[in-house]
Design a protein around this ligand. Sequence first.
Ligand code: GDP
Ligand code: GDP
Length: 439
Amino acid sequence: MSLPIVCIIGRPNVGKSTLFNRILRRRQAVVDPTPGVTRDRHYAVAEWAGRSFALVDTGGLILQSDEEMTRAIADQARLAIEEADLVLLILDGTVTVHPDDAAIARLVLRSGKPSVMAINKIDDERRDADVYEFARLGPIEPIGISAMNGRAIGDLLDLVITALPPMPEPMEAPDAPIHLAIVGRPNVGKSSLVNRLLGASRMIVSPVPGTTRDAVDTALESDGRQFVLIDTGGLRKAARVTDQIEFYTALRSIRAIQRADVVCVLLDASQELSVQDLRIATMAADSGCGVFFGVNKWDLIEKDTDTAGAYAKDLQARAQTFGWVPVLFLSALTGQRAARTLEFAATIAAERLRHIPTPELNQTVLADITAKPPPAVKGRFIKIHYVTQAPEPPPTFVIFGNHPELIGAPYERYVINRLRERYGFAGVPIRLRWRKRGR
Ligand code: GDP
Ligand code: GDP
């Protein structure tokens, strides 16, 4: 979905996570957060001025070994910079420039990546002058902000949006190859599944040139349909930072989601579902990708009475807001249902491109709305006049009414549920946009 990655980097305690949360507070997730998924997370889709980007807080990277601090931070910073399309360098304006600040700034400059330098904790104008001390760190002019009280955060985001590199729009034609990313935690069986898919007979396989960095995507054909399997990359360079594997796995997954139409979040049937898996699924949905869960290693599970049903039920219970995400049970080892991965991807990709004609929507969804209109707010009645689907995927329904600003999340859920009941859209995130228009 051409989602640029913005990495927030800086020393501990400069305010990275405060800024991360401040930026995200402005945006409502497509997927309603399942409890625990938003707490302590370090990456999410953010939006400003109509532009979406993946925001990554490298605060999760910090190792607290005192003597190794400087080197460790430099290592982590280097990795984060490598994965970023834009680096958001944060410094603490209440203290003098630290040698590590200068070191990180040098790394950023040497990388040639677009960057924005923010001096945090400039809570009011009395502190404005403190920003200038940092100007010597680089050619980029620093901007003073307060992550805590929100001062100049809009200006900062304007700078970020302006400095983002242009991203190529993926092809969305119905006959374009389906870009499928298989993501998941280490050892769930991603490479086994990819190899199984590539090794299956009657598939034509070729590497796709020109993909980013060291990733090599693979084109293949199955049942007359074209697919591109997106390389999620190994952890080669990150191997040293073993306690941060989760974080790097997430970063690589975000990289893969960036190029995908459909994301298979691969789980290990013999392991507990983790919050990390749900975060990746949330990322995929918020990025506008189709999503399904692949429950791998199904060969390890004792199969008596409806094991799959029980597993699926348990999965739905723990991931309540993912009820629309299909589940495929498979074994990359034995090959059982492995090929269905591509069928799932093709079906979901088609759903993602589905378009409901406006006259029909105004007979169906508008009728649902009229049958149960949004509750009046402070005596103001909300009237909805018209529903239409935006041309581009994922399915986005534009709803015109007199008071779009008064529509609450519960009502949005009601409309989305009605849309799913009528049209399915299995595995596809549905978006609503409310627009103001009187009768
Ligand atoms: P991180 O380690 O870089 O993620 O830093 P945190 O976001 O955890 O913030 C470190 C400390 O700085 C916390 O006590 C925050 O409340 C405080 N802090 C963060 N942003 C601001 C700010 O804009 N102004 C002030 N005065 N304090 C801030
Ligand atoms: P990745 O790190 O996600 O790419 O996982 P790998 O494909 O390297 O697999 C990790 C381990 O799980 C290997 O030992 C595989 O042989 C094993 N494995 C993968 N798929 C299956 C499966 O369907 N069933 C079983 N029993 N083991 C599997």
